[in-house]
Design a protein around this ligand. Structure first.
Ligand SMILES: [Fe+2]
Length: 153
């Protein structure tokens, strides 16, 4: 497979998961804003906006490379949680799993340079997102969920 084909395959493979993850952030953000946890809701909405922009860039790149765009993959469906503790713990677990998968995929694939640079930048953003999620989980463990939530209003 040439570099462009390998890039298309990798981009196609990650797209449905990214769409699903971005939508999960949106639902969680909206639930939390409605509950009055404005700080946390706004932060999650920023992730949604950032990841939705990434989804757009992946679609652009796929079309540039003459790939087809498939939006649905049943395995990429993510659950929605109403409890903030469950939201953060699950997003955190999923975030670290996705980073490991993406790292492995980038390493084992010969990508065209534009796609490789783009995915490396994306990996960097997601690593920062993972660090933030881990920090929130650790804060809940350290100061207790109630105390954590009282800081998110
Ligand atoms: Fe993320």
């Amino acid at each position: 497979m040439n570099q462009n084909n390998q890039s298309v395959e990798l981009l196609k493979a990650i797209l449905p998961t990214l769409i699903s993850a971005a939508q999960q952030h949106y639902v969680h953000a909206t639930i939390n804003l409605k509950k009055g946890f404005i700080k946390l809701g706004n932060r999650m909405m920023e992730e949604y906006t950032e990841e939705t922009a990434t989804v757009g860039k992946i679609i652009d790149r796929l079309i540039e490379l003459d790939g087809t765009v498939e939006l649905v993959n049943p395995e990429a469906q993510l659950a929605v949680y109403s409890s903030i503790e469950d939201q953060l713990r699950n997003e955190c677990d999923y975030q670290f799993k996705s980073i490991a998968l993406l790292e492995g995929a980038i390493r084992s694939t010969t990508l065209d340079l534009v796609t490789e640079n783009f995915l490396t930048e994306y990996l960097n953003e997601e690593t920062q997102h993972a660090a933030w999620l881990k920090q929130q989980v650790e804060l809940m463990d350290t100061i207790g969920v109630k105390n954590y939530l009282s800081k998110q209003i």
